[in-house]
Design a protein around this ligand. Structure first.
Ligand code: NGO
Length: 484
């Protein structure tokens, strides 16, 4: 099972078997839709009727209990008489259902009817996460991904108890979210992508569908509008945002650090006020990410005044600020989350310390561990290499609590695995870079430190292979894992 649960005990002599006469029960309306979706999934591979009823069933979902386990915690018991999953909230029940699916044989994930038997060795589980923020990031600007592709991505990552989807929505190569007050951002700024092919952008209806579908999987979307650098698509669309008033060409290469909003112009902040307002309106979560990375052509003094002004515009929308670790050089509003993407460099570590000193908390995305776009090894046909090679072991075998010298464990909100898409133009390539590394990052975010052990994790990871086969996931059959 991945992530490894906080505690699990076997029930010797007990075996649960899902049989054709089974039903799924939900004790209250809050978990009814979770029960219905579980039933729909299990019907496909079992061929059983699996009616959903109110009250107890063969598999019972309940929000009556497990109060001490927090919003995401749950208890699960599988024995000869049935399965019960109890959480204090529907969210906890949902996390428990992801566990149930992994307890069932891999063929349960198949699209067509399989033979079974559908057995679970008797067990009790009491589970709750180590960290509240367990994220994955998808860069939809270097290459654009459709709503349906994002939905499959969400469904796959939700199985590992990921609860944040950070969408990198704007960059030099494309602006991908509709802003009605500045329509050329998507019309023109979103028209291309890396390599020069057609790009794309989400309409408000598209984005609402992503937010809704993520919510159904108890994942909150964190939208990122990258500023003041990584803004060529915006500058090309609206020359008034540039320092000299001249629009650059659209950009379809992969260089970084060459663009900047005009930090001294009032128009820039009017623009950002509109953008953050419309983006905040489109999100249900409490975070808006304002980027802040690699503003190499913004004079540093200007950067230091830009960041607090931009941050205030996010706060004005009732949202908390998130940003890449460079923003920690500037004063930050209360409640800011700083996203660390350093390797082992002292400059990045110093900024993380500076973030914490001013009261911010950290989400850890160390590029040499958590970047899913880094090559696995020299032979990986896709991906980048600037932060080194990131093998499955390298991505798993680290401790968030002690990663950055001088940062106390209490300052860590969690972990996030970013996937940048300079070299990834379709979902099969995305899946190849995400699996099998993402489950390891998800486990670092969820499981207690005592459960983390590379050798044992390797064996558990091998068990995910048949699931990905059943789901048609294009995972990387890394030689580090004994997939047989
Ligand atoms: C950097 C850069 C991105 C690149 C990525 C590639 C951050 C935060 N900014 O990470 O623009 O796409 O590396 O690995």
């Amino acid at each position: 099972m991945i992530p490894h649960p906080a505690t699990q005990q076997p029930l010797p002599d007990e075996t649960f078997t899902l049989t054709p006469d089974a039903s799924i029960g939900s004790t209250d309306s809050a978990v009814r839709t979770i029960a219905e979706r579980l039933a729909a999934q299990l019907r496909r591979s079992t061929g059983f009727g699996l009616p959903v009823r109110t009250g107890a069933g063969t598999i019972t979902l309940s929000t009556d209990g497990a109060d001490s386990l927090g919003t995401e915690g749950y208890e699960l018991r599988a024995d000869s008489s049935g399965v019960t999953i109890t959480g204090a909230t529907a969210e906890g029940v949902f996390r428990g259902v992801t566990t149930l699916r992994q307890l069932l044989p891999a063929q349960i994930e198949a699209a067509g009817v399989q033979d079974g038997p559908w057995e679970i060795a008797g067990t009790t589980i009491s589970d709750a996460p180590r960290y509240g923020y367990r994220g994955v990031m998808l860069d939809v600007t270097r290459h654009f991904f459709t709503v349906d592709q994002v939905k499959r991505f969400i469904e796959l990552v939700s199985r590992y108890k990921i609860n944040r989807l950070h969408l990198h929505l704007t960059d030099d190569q494309g602006w991908r979210i509709q802003v009605d007050s500045w329509p050329r951002l998507t019309e023109y700024g979103g028209s291309l992508q890396v390599g020069g092919g057609a790009g794309g952008a989400y309409t408000k209806a598209d984005f609402a569908e992503i937010v809704r579908y993520a919510g159904e999987h108890y994942i909150t979307v964190v939208p990122e509008i990258d500023t003041p650098g990584h803004t060529n698509a915006a500058l090309a669309s609206y020359p008034e945002l540039t320092a000299d008033g001249v629009a650059p060409e659209l950009y379809t290469g992969t260089k970084v650090g060459f663009s900047s909003l005009a930090s001294g112009k009032e128009r820039t902040y009017e623009f950002l006020a509109d953008v953050f307002r419309e983006v905040a309106e489109q999100t249900s979560g409490d975070l808006v990410h304002l980027g802040g990375d690699e503003a190499h052509v913004t004079p540093h003094e200007d950067y230091l005044t830009f960041v607090p002004k931009a941050a205030q515009l996010v706060v004005d929308q009732g949202k908390r600020v998130m940003g890449w670790h460079e923003i920690a050089d500037a004063p930050l509003p209360a409640g800011t989350i700083v996203q660390y993407w350093g390797t082992e460099d002292e400059k990045a570590q110093a900024l993380a310390v500076k973030a914490v000193e001013q009261g911010a908390t950290l989400v850890l995305s160390p590029a040499n561990r958590a970047y899913l776009d880094m090559k696995y090894d020299e032979d990986t046909p896709l991906g980048l290499q600037w932060a080194g090679l990131v093998s499955v072991e390298q991505s798993y075998d680290w401790n968030p609590a002690t990663l950055i010298p001088g940062v106390p464990a209490t300052a860590i909100d969690g972990v996030e695995a970013p996937l940048w898409t300079e070299t990834l133009d379709d979902l099969a390539k995305v899946e190849y870079m995400v699996f099998p590394r993402l489950p390891g990052i998800a486990e670092l975010g969820w499981s207690p430190e005592s459960a983390l052990d590379w050798k044992r994790y390797r064996d558990r990871l091998a068990g995910q292979g048949p699931r990905w086969e059943a789901l048609g996931v294009n995972y990387h059959r890394s030689a580090e894992i004994d997939w047989a």
